[in-house]
Design a protein around this ligand. Structure first.
Ligand code: FRU
Length: 478
């Protein structure tokens, strides 16, 4: 076993070997969550882009399957899968269930077109459609189609990006083969970086029976400043998306460096909106120091909207819901004194680095209330996760977390608090992955780390003032 296997997350998907970036074609079908992914089947770096395939019944245990869609002259870039329930496309065997993949065919440095492939065996094997492309506007950069069935207008809707114009185009189709341009949306919000991997989703508003349309876009690049994923809240009438906030409003999905290209599972149970993202950053993806794989996915998260004092905000909750499992440790109503490490009794040294922690802060005068996770053998190796009451910011400090893999591997990741949300947080640590969802999931920071120490200790800390803790729970994930 290669020594870097110690960094392989246990309950997050990573390919057994070779490179991955974006999650693709995610769909729930006949009891399985299918995850296709940007994959190089031949190497541990970006190239030969194909769709890898894995499936899971619970979004924690993943089974990797053979490569689903291999590249030819064209690279198989990001895209989606939908269930063609009524065989509207007329493709394949009409007696069998039909899944349709629509993805970007990338002809390096030349052109990007939207292509179709279909499967009659629940996604195991795919046939590239002879009539490809299904959508071509002779553009060099035109990619990442994401499709859903829109009941009101009785058609499939595709969102697809024109990255360098900061635009998302919407197309409509009755049969998934012929696509007609409906409208374009763009040049709003954050336009500091290219736009890719869009998805348009209809999200429930917590505590009401209402729903709103939300457009998600990924923006990142290896050279300029990091943006990440942003979202726009508004309306969709079957043709056109309208942003209900003003053009300059910038709303971000995750303030960590390592969450990108998330798109939803199609056909998810109970009509829920569940997604996961690529847990890495283009800024240093090549430098991920692991072998024989590079790249991993985030945990799945359920999406909704919630009303805050600042207006509607995205809410993300981990799936599965840890609250429904018995914790390995629990304590309530105590004070963490200023500048004291509070050893969490009973949880001295964790046997393995895969666990979840839930903390409810009831009061704080501190500039850092939260967790300090330190190496057992090497106390100079640590990561801090928590809240700064003085500046009202959530933070992950990974500046001393182990191997610093690049100059762009920023030590501190910061997210502004959302006004009107309680100061609770959940963090899932799964070896090299750290995902923080705070304030009922309205604040997210996802970050990787590469600790050298094998075992670690978890403390509660409070710096520059005391912190009252209402409750802490820890789950050791087996
Ligand atoms: C986003 C992305 C997509 C593209 C894919 C190529 O991370 O650049 O726009 O389809 O990766 O691997």
């Amino acid at each position: 076993q290669h020594p870097t296997e110690q960094w392989r997350p246990k309950v997050h998907f990573s390919p057994q070997k070779n490179w991955t970036n974006d999650p693709n074609g995610m769909i729930y079908f006949k009891g399985y969550y299918h995850l296709f992914f940007q994959h190089n089947p031949k190497g541990n770096e970006w190239g030969n882009m194909s769709w890898g395939h894995a499936r899971s019944k619970d979004l924690l245990h993943w089974e990797e399957l053979p490569v689903a869609i291999p590249n030819g002259k064209e690279y198989i870039f990001s895209g989606c899968v939908v269930w063609d329930k009524y065989h509207a496309s007329g493709l394949g065997n009409p007696q069998k269930d039909l899944l349709i993949a629509i993805y970007t065919a990338d002809y390096p440095y030349t052109r990007e077109e939207q292509h179709l492939a279909f499967s009659n065996d629940d996604g195991l094997t795919w046939t590239k459609y002879e009539g490809n492309p299904v959508l071509n506007i002779n553009y060099k950069d035109f990619r990442d189609p994401n499709i859903f069935w829109h009941e009101e207008s009785k058609q499939f809707i595709m969102a697809v990006a024109k990255p360098f114009e900061y635009k998302i185009s919407f197309y409509g189709s009755k049969n998934l083969i012929k696509w007609e341009l409906l409208s374009e949306f763009g040049k709003q919000g954050d336009v500091g970086m290219i736009w890719e991997c869009p998805s348009l989703q209809y999200l429930p508003i917590e505590g009401s029976t209402q729903k709103k349309w939300v457009l998600f876009v990924s923006s990142q690049g290896p050279y300029k400043d990091y943006v990440g994923m942003q979202y726009f809240i508004g309306d969709f009438d079957g043709k056109k998306f309208t942003n209900e906030n003003d053009e300059d409003t910038k709303l971000y999905v995750d303030f960590g460096k390592d969450f990108y290209a998330a798109v939803p599972f199609s056909n998810a149970p109970k009509n829920q909106n569940v997604w996961l993202g690529w847990m890495l950053s283009w800024k240093y993806a090549k430098e991920q120091p692991t072998f024989p794989w590079k790249g991993q996915m985030s945990l799945a998260r359920k999406l909704s909207l919630v009303e805050s004092n600042q207006g509607l905000r995205l809410q993300q909750k981990f799936v599965p819901d840890f609250d429904r499992m018995a914790p390995s440790f629990e304590a309530s109503n105590f004070v963490v004194k200023d500048s004291k490490f509070k050893q969490i009794s009973g949880m001295k040294f964790l046997k393995d680095k895969t666990y979840a922690v839930d903390v409810k802060i009831s009061g704080s005068k501190s500039h850092f209330s939260g967790l300090l996770i330190k190496g057992k053998a090497n106390e100079q190796e640590w990561i801090k996760i928590g809240f700064d009451e003085k500046t009202m910011k959530w933070k992950i400090d990974r500046s001393h977390s182990g191997k610093i893999i690049s100059d762009f591997f920023d030590g501190l990741q910061v997210a502004p608090a959302v006004d009107g949300m309680p100061k609770n947080f959940k963090v899932v640590i799964d070896r090299s992955t750290v995902e923080l969802l705070a304030q009922n999931g309205t604040v997210a920071i996802s970050a990787l780390r590469f600790p050298l120490d094998i075992e670690e200790n978890v403390y509660l800390i409070s710096e520059g003032g005391n912190t009252q803790i209402q409750q802490i729970k820890i789950w050791e994930l087996k």
